[in-house]
Design a protein around this ligand. Structure first.
Ligand code: PRP
Length: 172
Protein backbone atom coordinates (compact mmCIF):
# COMPACT_ATOMS: atom_id res chain seq x y z
CA UNK A 1 0.00 0.00 0.00
CA UNK A 2 1.22 3.51 -0.82
CA UNK A 3 0.40 6.78 0.93
CA UNK A 4 -0.32 9.78 -1.30
CA UNK A 5 -0.50 13.14 0.54
CA UNK A 6 -3.92 14.80 0.38
CA UNK A 7 -3.88 17.45 3.14
CA UNK A 8 -0.72 18.70 4.83
CA UNK A 9 -0.36 19.36 8.54
CA UNK A 10 -0.28 23.09 7.76
CA UNK A 11 -3.48 22.97 5.66
CA UNK A 12 -5.27 21.06 8.41
CA UNK A 13 -4.15 23.39 11.20
CA UNK A 14 -4.93 26.55 9.21
CA UNK A 15 -8.43 25.32 8.44
CA UNK A 16 -9.05 24.31 12.06
CA UNK A 17 -8.11 27.82 13.24
CA UNK A 18 -10.70 29.23 10.82
CA UNK A 19 -13.32 26.78 12.07
CA UNK A 20 -12.55 27.71 15.69
CA UNK A 21 -12.98 31.41 14.92
CA UNK A 22 -16.30 30.71 13.21
CA UNK A 23 -17.51 28.70 16.20
CA UNK A 24 -16.48 31.51 18.57
CA UNK A 25 -18.49 33.96 16.47
CA UNK A 26 -21.53 31.66 16.29
CA UNK A 27 -21.69 30.87 20.03
CA UNK A 28 -21.14 34.16 21.87
CA UNK A 29 -22.66 32.84 25.09
CA UNK A 30 -24.18 29.80 26.79
CA UNK A 31 -22.63 26.44 27.61
CA UNK A 32 -20.93 24.82 24.62
CA UNK A 33 -20.27 21.09 24.80
CA UNK A 34 -17.88 19.47 22.32
CA UNK A 35 -18.70 15.78 21.96
CA UNK A 36 -15.85 13.75 20.46
CA UNK A 37 -16.81 10.54 18.68
CA UNK A 38 -14.13 7.95 19.36
CA UNK A 39 -11.68 7.06 18.22
CA UNK A 40 -10.83 8.93 15.04
CA UNK A 41 -11.96 12.39 16.12
CA UNK A 42 -9.66 12.66 19.16
CA UNK A 43 -6.93 14.57 17.30
CA UNK A 44 -9.48 16.92 15.71
CA UNK A 45 -11.12 17.53 19.10
CA UNK A 46 -7.74 18.36 20.66
CA UNK A 47 -6.91 20.92 17.97
CA UNK A 48 -10.40 22.33 17.41
CA UNK A 49 -11.04 22.86 21.13
CA UNK A 50 -7.79 24.85 21.35
CA UNK A 51 -8.71 26.89 18.26
CA UNK A 52 -11.83 28.04 20.13
CA UNK A 53 -11.20 30.93 22.52
CA UNK A 54 -14.42 30.76 24.56
CA UNK A 55 -15.04 28.24 27.36
CA UNK A 56 -16.02 24.75 26.24
CA UNK A 57 -16.77 21.46 27.94
CA UNK A 58 -15.54 18.25 26.33
CA UNK A 59 -16.77 14.68 26.56
CA UNK A 60 -16.39 11.46 24.61
CA UNK A 61 -18.76 8.97 23.05
CA UNK A 62 -18.02 5.55 21.61
CA UNK A 63 -20.07 4.21 18.70
CA UNK A 64 -19.91 1.00 16.76
CA UNK A 65 -21.68 0.55 13.46
CA UNK A 66 -22.42 -2.45 11.33
CA UNK A 67 -23.09 -2.38 7.62
CA UNK A 68 -22.06 1.26 7.50
CA UNK A 69 -21.38 2.58 4.04
CA UNK A 70 -23.03 -0.39 2.39
CA UNK A 71 -26.63 -0.01 3.39
CA UNK A 72 -28.75 2.81 4.71
CA UNK A 73 -30.06 0.51 7.43
CA UNK A 74 -26.65 0.33 9.15
CA UNK A 75 -27.03 -0.46 12.81
CA UNK A 76 -25.41 1.92 15.30
CA UNK A 77 -24.68 1.05 18.93
CA UNK A 78 -23.40 3.25 21.76
CA UNK A 79 -20.35 1.54 23.32
CA UNK A 80 -19.42 4.43 25.64
CA UNK A 81 -21.95 7.01 26.69
CA UNK A 82 -21.41 10.57 27.90
CA UNK A 83 -20.68 11.35 31.54
CA UNK A 84 -22.44 14.72 31.41
CA UNK A 85 -26.00 15.93 30.96
CA UNK A 86 -26.70 17.95 27.81
CA UNK A 87 -29.83 19.63 29.08
CA UNK A 88 -30.02 23.27 27.99
CA UNK A 89 -26.55 23.21 26.39
CA UNK A 90 -25.35 23.95 22.88
CA UNK A 91 -23.89 20.70 21.60
CA UNK A 92 -21.31 20.35 18.87
CA UNK A 93 -20.66 16.79 17.71
CA UNK A 94 -17.00 16.57 16.67
CA UNK A 95 -16.24 13.99 13.96
CA UNK A 96 -13.24 13.28 11.81
CA UNK A 97 -15.25 12.23 8.74
CA UNK A 98 -18.82 12.03 7.46
CA UNK A 99 -19.19 9.24 4.96
CA UNK A 100 -22.58 7.50 4.54
CA UNK A 101 -24.03 9.76 7.24
CA UNK A 102 -25.52 6.75 9.07
CA UNK A 103 -23.51 7.33 12.27
CA UNK A 104 -24.24 11.04 12.46
CA UNK A 105 -27.90 10.90 11.55
CA UNK A 106 -28.39 8.36 14.36
CA UNK A 107 -26.28 10.33 16.83
CA UNK A 108 -27.95 13.64 16.11
CA UNK A 109 -31.39 12.22 16.88
CA UNK A 110 -30.07 10.40 19.95
CA UNK A 111 -28.53 13.57 21.42
CA UNK A 112 -31.58 15.65 20.53
CA UNK A 113 -33.63 13.45 22.88
CA UNK A 114 -31.50 14.70 25.79
CA UNK A 115 -33.04 18.17 25.69
CA UNK A 116 -30.07 20.27 24.63
CA UNK A 117 -30.59 23.82 23.42
CA UNK A 118 -29.09 22.95 20.03
CA UNK A 119 -27.17 20.17 18.27
CA UNK A 120 -24.78 20.79 15.40
CA UNK A 121 -22.00 18.85 13.72
CA UNK A 122 -18.37 19.83 13.10
CA UNK A 123 -16.55 17.41 10.79
CA UNK A 124 -13.01 17.79 9.53
CA UNK A 125 -13.72 15.81 6.36
CA UNK A 126 -16.86 15.30 4.32
CA UNK A 127 -17.27 12.78 1.49
CA UNK A 128 -20.61 13.97 0.06
CA UNK A 129 -20.58 11.40 -2.77
CA UNK A 130 -21.01 8.58 -0.27
CA UNK A 131 -24.06 9.90 1.53
CA UNK A 132 -26.91 7.48 2.18
CA UNK A 133 -28.65 9.50 4.90
CA UNK A 134 -29.06 13.28 4.79
CA UNK A 135 -26.94 15.02 7.44
CA UNK A 136 -26.63 18.73 8.02
CA UNK A 137 -22.95 19.40 8.75
CA UNK A 138 -22.69 22.95 10.10
CA UNK A 139 -18.88 23.11 10.08
CA UNK A 140 -16.90 21.24 7.41
CA UNK A 141 -13.12 21.38 7.24
CA UNK A 142 -12.64 19.93 3.78
CA UNK A 143 -14.84 18.27 1.16
CA UNK A 144 -12.86 15.33 -0.20
CA UNK A 145 -13.29 12.86 -3.08
CA UNK A 146 -14.40 9.27 -2.52
CA UNK A 147 -10.93 7.89 -1.72
CA UNK A 148 -9.75 5.84 1.26
CA UNK A 149 -8.04 8.32 3.57
CA UNK A 150 -5.84 7.76 6.62
CA UNK A 151 -3.96 9.90 9.12
CA UNK A 152 -4.86 12.58 11.65
CA UNK A 153 -7.06 10.08 13.49
CA UNK A 154 -8.25 8.06 10.50
CA UNK A 155 -7.10 4.47 10.35
CA UNK A 156 -6.76 1.41 8.18
CA UNK A 157 -6.99 -1.61 10.52
CA UNK A 158 -6.04 0.74 13.41
CA UNK A 159 -2.84 1.88 11.66
CA UNK A 160 -1.87 5.40 10.51
CA UNK A 161 -3.99 7.32 13.06
CA UNK A 162 -0.91 9.17 14.34
CA UNK A 163 0.16 10.64 10.98
CA UNK A 164 0.20 14.44 11.16
CA UNK A 165 -1.15 14.75 7.61
CA UNK A 166 -4.04 13.11 5.77
CA UNK A 167 -3.12 10.73 2.96
CA UNK A 168 -4.90 8.62 0.38
CA UNK A 169 -4.13 4.93 0.85
CA UNK A 170 -3.64 3.22 -2.49
CA UNK A 171 -2.63 -0.26 -3.61
CA UNK A 172 0.94 -0.21 -5.03
C1 PRP B 1 -15.75 6.75 11.24
C2 PRP B 1 -16.00 8.21 11.58
C3 PRP B 1 -17.48 8.25 11.82
C4 PRP B 1 -18.02 7.24 10.86
C5 PRP B 1 -18.52 7.94 9.66
O1 PRP B 1 -15.60 6.03 12.42
O2 PRP B 1 -15.27 8.62 12.70
O3 PRP B 1 -17.82 7.91 13.14
O4 PRP B 1 -16.91 6.38 10.51
O5 PRP B 1 -19.08 7.04 8.78
P1 PRP B 1 -20.59 7.11 8.28
O6 PRP B 1 -20.85 8.53 7.85
O7 PRP B 1 -20.57 6.17 7.09
O8 PRP B 1 -21.47 6.65 9.37
P2 PRP B 1 -15.12 4.50 12.51
O9 PRP B 1 -16.30 3.61 12.58
O10 PRP B 1 -14.14 4.26 11.40
O11 PRP B 1 -14.44 4.42 13.93
P3 PRP B 1 -13.05 5.02 14.49
O12 PRP B 1 -13.22 6.52 14.50
O13 PRP B 1 -12.92 4.44 15.86
O14 PRP B 1 -11.96 4.58 13.55
Amino acid sequence: MALRPLLSEEQIQTRILEMGAQIDADYPDGNLFLICILKGACYFLADLSRAIQRDVFIDFMGISSYGRGQTSSGEVKVTKDLDISLEGADVLIVEDIVDSGVTLSYLTSLLQQRRPKSVRIAALLDKPERRLRPVDVAYVGFMIPDEFVVGYGLDFAEKYRNLREICILQPE
